[in-house]
Design a protein around this ligand. Structure first.
Ligand SMILES: O=P(O)(O)OC[C@H]1O[C@](O)(CO)[C@@H](O)[C@@H]1O
Ligand SMILES: [Mn+2]
Length: 448
C-alpha cells in the first residue's frame, strides 16, 4: 500500500496540449480505429462465407458502432458506460465512476480531459464491445493479421535465435556459472530489445550477416539507461538456494507484451531458464481480449508455438517441440486474467484484483514486458525522472519484479540526476522514439 502522505503526481493526459498523450489521443487513436474499421470491411466476404447474411449484418453494425466511437473520441464526448455485460463490464463502469469523482467541478469524464492511460485502454475495450454486441463477430480478432505478419517478417531473426538457443542447450552441461550468467544476461537483453519493435533489433547498417539478434546486442548496450539485470540474476540464484532440505526451484512469471518476434524472444528466455535449471516453473500471462494492436492472447500464444514448429527449419522446430512439451507437462503454463485488460495502475491490483495479486506473490521473479506495463507500474504519471522506481510503484510489490521496457511513452523514473537533461539535449524524443530501454528491478525485501 502507498505510504501515507506520499502524494502521487498528476496522470499524463491529453488535456496537456502538445504532450505525447495529447498527440496520441488526437492522431494515433483515431488512426487505429480507422484501421480496425478497414479490417472489418476487408473481411466482409469471409464473414459472409462463414456466417451468411448474419455475418454481413454483424459486420455492418460493428462498423457503425466503431465509426460512432471514433466520432466520440474526436469531438471529446463524455466516456460512456459499457453495455455488453461481459465479465469485466462492471469493473470498467466502476472505474469510470471513480474517474468521475476525480474530475473537477463535475465535468464529465471525456477523451481529452481524463488520464491518457484510462482513455487509451478504454478505446480497446470499446472495440471489443463493438464485437461482443455483434455475434458472430465476438470471437474475431481485429489485430490478428498484423500479428501474424510481424511473426513472418521476422523469420530470419527467429531462425538465428532458435539456432543460438539450441547451441546453448547442447553445451549447457559444461557451462560454468559465469558462462550461464553471461548467457542469461544476453537472452534477457534480447527479450528487452524484442520490445523495441519486431524487426528493428536485427536491422544492421548493411545488408550482410547482421541478422542475428545476439550479434546486435553490443551496439544496443549504450541505449540501456538503467540496467539492473545483475539484480535479476542474483534473485534467480538466491531462489535456487533457499530451503534447507535440498533445492528450492524458482518460479518465474512473465507478463507478456507483444506477439511476433517479441513473444519468440520471451519463449527463448523461458526455455533457457528451465533448461539451465534456473527455473522450475514459468507462468506466462497474456491478454484475454485483443489489446493495444499487438499484445499476446491465448490464441496468439498457441499459434506462435505451432507456427514455429511448422517452419521448415531444424532448430525452430526443435525449439517449439520442446516448448510444446513444457506446456504439456505443466512446466510452462499460460494464464489470462481480465485485470491485465483493465485501465488500472498496478498499485490498485492488491485491492481490485486480490486473487491475481496473491497469485503473483507466489512468484520468485516477475518479468514485466513492454511499455504499457511500465506505464501501469508507474501509474503513467508526471514523475520526476530521479524518483526511485520503488517509489513510483506506490506499494505494488507482490514479489521481486523487473520491467524490461523500451521507452515509447513520456514517463521514466529511476534516472541519475542530470541524466534526463543530457538525453533531452542529445535526443529530444528519447522518451518516445523507442531507441532507449530500461531493465528496472524492485524487490519487496530490498533496502530502499
Ligand atoms: O507494446 P508496448 O511496448 O506496451 O507499447 C505500447 C505502445 O502504445 C502506447 O501506449 C502508445 O499509444 C505507448 O505507450 C506504446 O508505444
Ligand atoms: Mn503491446
Amino acid at each position: 500500500m502507498e505510504a501515507e502522505g506520499m502524494l502521487a503526481p498528476l496522470s499524463l493526459s491529453a488535456e496537456f496540449e502538445g504532450s505525447f498523450a495529447y498527440l496520441t489521443v488526437r492522431d494515433r487513436l483515431p488512426t487505429i480505429l480507422t484501421k480496425v474499421i478497414d479490417t472489418l470491411h476487408r473481411n466482409k466476404d469471409n464473414f459472409f462465407k462463414e456466417y451468411g447474411k448474419e455475418g454481413i449484418q454483424a459486420e455492418k453494425t460493428a462498423i457503425s458502432f466503431l465509426s460512432k466511437l471514433r466520432n466520440e473520441l474526436q469531438t471529446d464526448k463524455p466516456v460512456l458506460s459499457l453495455t455488453d455485460n461481459a465479465e469485466d463490464s462492471e469493473a470498467w463502469n466502476e472505474y469510470m465512476r471513480r474517474q468521475q469523482d476525480l474530475m473537477e467541478d463535475g465535468r464529465p469524464v471525456s477523451w481529452f480531459k481524463s488520464p491518457w492511460l484510462y482513455v487509451e485502454c478504454y478505446m480497446y475495450r470499446r472495440i471489443q464491445e463493438a464485437l461482443y454486441m455483434n455475434p458472430p463477430m465476438d470471437k474475431f480478432d481485429v489485430f490478428k493479421e498484423g500479428k501474424t505478419q510481424s511473426f513472418f517478417e521476422s523469420q530470419q531473426a527467429i531462425k538465428s535465435l532458435c539456432t543460438y538457443l539450441q547451441e546453448l542447450i547442447t553445451n549447457m552441461e559444461n557451462m560454468t556459472e559465469i558462462q550461464l550468467r553471461d548467457n542469461f544476461l544476453k537472452l534477457l537483453q534480447v527479450s528487452l530489445w524484442g520490445n523495441k519493435c519486431d524487426l528493428s533489433i536485427s536491422a544492421g547498417q548493411d545488408n550482410s550477416q547482421k541478422s542475428s539478434p545476439i550479434d546486435s546486442l553490443p551496439d544496443f548496450q549504450r541505449f540501456i539507461l538503467v540496467d539492473d539485470s545483475s539484480m535479476v540474476w542474483s534473485t534467480l540464484v538466491a531462489a535456487q538456494g533457499a530451503g534447507s532440505s535440498g533445492m528450492k526451484h524458482a518460479r518465474v512469471d512473465i507478463i507478456l507484451d507483444n506477439a511476433g518476434f517479441e513473444l519468440v524472444t520471451d519463449l527463448v528466455l523461458a526455455d533457457f531458464l528451465v533448461s539451465a535449471g534456473l527455473a522450475k516453473q514459468i507462468r506466462f500471462h497474456g491478454k484475454s481480449i485483443p489489446w493495444f494492436v499487438s499484445d499476446v492472447t491465448k490464441q496468439d500464444f498457441e499459434w506462435t508455438i505451432m507456427q514455429t514448429m511448422a517452419a521448415n527449419h531444424k532448430w525452430m522446430s526443435a525449439s517449439s517441440v520442446q516448448w510444446k512439451h513444457f506446456m504439456k507437462e505443466g512446466t510452462w503454463s499460460y494464464h489470462d486474467h481480465f485485470f491485465w485488460t483493465l485501465p488500472h495502475e498496478f498499485c490498485d491490483m492488491a485491492m481490485d484484483a486480490a486473487d491475481l495479486y496473491s497469485t503473483l506473490q507466489g512468484s520468485d521473479l516477475i518479468l514485466f514486458k513492454g511499455d504499457l506495463n511500465y506505464r501501469k507500474l508507474t501509474g503513467d504519471r508526471k514523475w520526476e525522472h530521479t524518483v526511485p522506481f520503488d517509489q513510483a510503484l506506490r506499494g505494488f510489490q507482490p514479489a521481486p519484479l523487473c520491467s524490461l521496457r523500451t521507452l515509447k511513452a513520456d514517463v521514466q523514473v529511476g534516472l541519475k540526476p542530470g541524466q534526463a537533461e543530457k538525453l533531452s539535449s542529445q535526443d529530444p524524443d528519447w522518451m518516445t522514439n523507442g531507441r532507449y530501454a530500461v531493465v528496472q528491478f524492485s524487490s519487496p525485501c530490498r533496502e530502499q
